[in-house]
Ligand binder design. Structure first.
Ligand SMILES: [Zn+2]
Length: 369
């Protein structure tokens, strides 16, 4: 029994490894990998390669040379097999049709038309189902997909690059560069894994940032600009045609001619409510969800980062820390959060730190807000 459990973990790890190969190309679908094992030997593997393409289980089953072996094999998959007709027929039907006697599932699918129904279908056909193998890792793998389907909001990550004393720009506002090349390369890889990159008007104005994926392979994420008063020049690099762009402005400025000029350039201009001089970030996220965006990486300055934190909308922070000091007159990573007693602090949970050159990357999940 022990060895069976250990083997299940090993094969589920392989599913996760395979699933990750679809990172950046399968969204808004989840990342899924599948392994088929017969008599302790992997006889088939597959993963979901891109949105609209066959599911992982279909690819894994198709990769098995002797289909007769399926009748005494175990199929491993990190996410519950689907039971509904989407872009492809249901995987649970295919598993039943092929006579696979055992299925091991990492975690359930939160998608409302699947949620437990795939597993119920397999059980109903007399298939032995083991659930929850490496469940935490499988949930984390598809954290954006799961959050988006359970809350109707995208998964929100903040990315910041700061000095050891928590500063993101000098007293004169200069920020190029705080971190080294290796850390900046990692930012490009991060962007390729998110559906959208979000910046505020101030960052665009300061850096004339383009926010595309360079220096590594990967698709360009959607660019999202928060420009409450529609004040950015139409010629800004962020409005080029390298990647699609959505601009959010306050509905108070809806009549401006500039919206039309931006739309002519291919920019999608959307208007949302504003409160106390700031865009309603929840409404921004709801709109992005409607546009099929599962995950966003906020690359704003201290004000935008603080606004997302204050509105309790952040799931995760990527903090690149350079071994440098800027001192007390420099700009802090976060604008005031209004916290006066330690018990009110925003609490996070660190992941294992990683080095990029001489810089440190700390990933942290927001625990309680
Ligand atoms: Zn499927």
């Amino acid at each position: 029994m022990m060895s069976l459990l250990c083997d299940d973990t090993v094969y589920m790890n392989r599913c996760i490894e395979l699933a990750l190969k679809g990172g950046g190309t399968v969204s808004p679908n989840p990342m899924v990998g599948s392994v088929i094992v017969c008599d302790g030997v992997i006889i088939g593997e597959g993963f979901h390669e891109r949105y609209g393409a066959p599911h992982a289980e279909v690819n894994a089953i198709a990769s098995v040379a002797d289909q007769e072996l399926l009748r005494r094999s175990t199929l491993y998959v990190n996410l519950e097999p689907c039971s509904h007709f989407g872009k492809t027929p249901p995987c649970s039907d295919l598993i039943i049709e092929k006579g696979i006697p055992r299925v091991v599932v990492g975690c359930r699918d939160p998608f409302v038309s699947v949620a437990g129904k795939g597993i119920a279908k397999l059980l109903g056909a007399g298939i032995a189902v083991t659930e929850g193998v490496l469940e935490a890792a499988c949930v984390k793998l598809n954290e954006a997909f799961i959050k988006s389907h359970t809350t109707g909001l995208p998964f929100v990550s903040l990315k910041l690059a700061e000095t050891l004393d928590g500063k993101i720009a000098t007293s004169l506002g200069a920020s190029k560069w705080i971190t080294g090349e290796a850390a900046r390369m990692e930012v490009h890889r991060l962007r390729a894994r998110y559906d959208a990159v979000v910046v505020g008007e101030a960052t665009v104005r300061c850096d004339d940032a383009e926010l595309t994926v360079r220096h590594c392979s990967g698709r360009n994420p959607l660019r999202v600009v928060l420009d409450r008063r529609l004040s950015l020049p139409v010629e800004s690099k962020i409005f080029n045609t390298e990647a699609p762009t959505i601009l959010f402005a306050s509905s108070a400025w809806e009549g401006l001619e500039k919206a039309g000029l931006l739309r002519e350039r291919g920019v999608t201009v959307l208007f949302v409510r504003e409160h106390a001089g700031e865009l309603d970030l929840r409404q921004v996220l709801e709109e992005l969800h409607k546009h099929g965006i599962l995950s966003i990486l906020v690359e704003g300055g201290s004000r935008l980062s603080a606004s997302f934190i204050r509105e309790r909308l952040v799931d995760k922070i990527y903090m690149f820390i350079a071994p440098k000091l800027f001192g007390g007159d420099a700009l802090s990573s976060f604008a005031p959060l209004g916290i006066s007693i330690p018990d009110d602090a925003v609490v996070l949970k660190f992941e294992t730190p990683r080095f990029f050159g001489s810089d440190l990357l700390l990933e942290a999940y927001v625990q309680s807000l």
